[in-house]
Design a protein around this ligand. Sequence first.
Ligand code: SF4
Length: 205
Amino acid sequence: MNEQSAFDATRQHGGTGGKIVVALERIAEAFRVLLWNEGKAAGLSPLQVQLLIFVLHHPEEEKRKVGRLAAEFNMTKPTVSDAVKALLAKELVEKIPDPVDQRSFSLALSPAGEALARRASHFSAEIQTPIEQLPEDEQANFLLHLLGIIRHLNHAGIITVQRMCFNCAHYRPGHDGQDHFCQLMNTPLQVSELRVDCPEHEVVG
Ligand code: SF4
């Protein structure tokens, strides 16, 4: 581990890696601010906004249960449970009972919740704009490096649920580590086609 903190401003001229870490922290801060702004008008916390957006884009009932949502957002079950209670009280989500286990339920959006989630899911547009202005090959490189960081964080046990190609049972790298192949679709993947959140992702057994 590097002994020097990336946040020691007097040493930042020494290395590019530390500056990238500080820059990523600034961007994480921007995500927090944008989520707060998005939720403010509706009296929602950032986590409540994230839950609405997640439910909007993940139709699988298993992924909409409190336990799975807690793993998805690296939160405790009681924290997610409280956020869900607030969303239920605001009538933005509804409980769908599990036919097999009566104590269990998944979430569905109410019409008001869906309208809010659709609006809110554009909260990161200001972050996307400068990225989309980069040339295609730089975007692909950027994606590859970010996937590498996410894979490292996942291996280190810092972030849990990841549905990206690099930890999918269907993924095969090329011999030189440069090429990428999806066995499920039986097709090579360009870097720009590598997935960060793939519905067909399968955990390596
Ligand atoms: S199934 Fe999805 S995550 Fe898995 S290798 Fe294929 S594209 Fe990537």
